[in-house]
Design a protein around this ligand. Structure first.
Ligand code: TA6
Length: 300
């Protein structure tokens, strides 16, 4: 009897030259996608995108070589799907249960312009018992860019669905010391490294020179990562998101994380799009919330 989430059970989604289903690290099932412009890799656990790379470019996403690949353990890197809460919660997995779940692949299609689109749904699970009835669908579209939608619908007859969501994306940079993050000047943020102190971003070009863990609030603007070493700009466009989180653990935290290599902080930065803290959502019965991001890159 093959385990329900084994790669063998997903053969029907294979598309020659576009989608291959195989056993990934830790025997976790994964999909490998090939488009006219790019390649991508997605684990069924967490519907977790672990790689996206345009031909002729360095990977756009960062996934740690020290990451675990174990059922029920978060993958360190790529695009963790954070739902229905952000951050730690007493007696619960940090960042919610969505990133640990075996999402169900519902559709896999080659799209006319040469890309690939996948739709996953979050299956029923004991963790959902204390939540109002909801559906969660996750759509990944791979072309020369990476577009993602997380769609949450409140299916309960009479209860609001109150939740946080976030695409906790790890970007690959050539050298964090030669990287700036732009688009957040003047935005208020909570500084998690200083007990969530309320501050305002003073810089147009944010440089990361120490542990950085900031929840920027009430911001719908695009963010740009300017990578002087790899000579590229990464555009982080978003819709349906009022919060942007910027995180780099820096050296001490990196050494304390068993699933993150000690030097990894030098070649990654998280720019996360969602609705967290005071931006959490309260969804009336029957309504949907769509969180969308689009990641693209251009040469400097
Ligand atoms: O988004 C930043 C953050 O909340 C940091 O505080 C740090 O905890 C990071 O997420 C990683 O969380 P994880 O549970 O994946 O180790």
């Amino acid at each position: 009897m093959i385990a329900p989430t084994s790669h063998e059970n997903h053969r029907q989604f294979e598309l020659p030259g576009r989608i291959t289903v195989l056993e990934g690290n830790g025997e976790l099932p994964k999909l490998e996608l090939t488009t006219d412009w790019s390649t991508a890799e997605i684990y069924l656990q967490g519907a977790h995108i672990t790689d996206f790379q345009k031909r002729g470019e360095e990977p756009l996403l960062f996934t740690s070589r020290c990451s675990r690949f174990l059922a029920g353990q978060p993958i360190r890197g790529g695009v963790p799907v954070i739902f229905p809460w952000f951050g730690s919660r007493e007696g619960e997995p940090a960042h919610g249960f969505a990133r640990l779940a075996a999402w169900r692949l519902q559709e896999a299609t080659a799209i006319p312009e040469g890309g690939v689109s996948l739709r996953f749904s979050l299956p029923e699970a004991p963790a959902r018992a204390t939540w109002p009835e909801f559906s969660a669908n996750y759509i990944i579209t791979v072309t020369d860019r990476l577009a993602i939608e997380l769609i949450i619908t409140n299916l309960s007859p009479g209860q609001p669905l109150i939740f946080e969501n976030c695409l906790h994306t790890y970007f690959n940079v050539g050298d964090i010391n030669a990287t700036t993050i732009r688009g957040l000047q003047g935005v208020g943020y909570l500084d998690k490294t200083q007990q969530f102190a309320q501050k305002t971003e003073a810089n147009e070009a944010i440089r990361i020179t120490e542990e950085t863990d900031r929840i920027y609030l009430n911001t719908t603007t695009a963010v740009e990562i300017v990578d002087e070493k790899l000579r590229r700009r990464i555009q982080v466009n978003k819709r349906g998101s009022a919060s942007t989180v910027v995180w780099n653990p820096w050296s001490a935290k990196a050494q304390a994380m068993p699933d993150f290599c000690n030097e990894d902080y030098l070649t990654m930065v998280c720019v996360e799009s969602g609705n967290v803290a005071e931006n959490k959502l309260s969804l009336p019965p029957g309504r949907s919330a769509v969180l969308q991001v689009e990641y693209s890159s251009t040469a400097l």
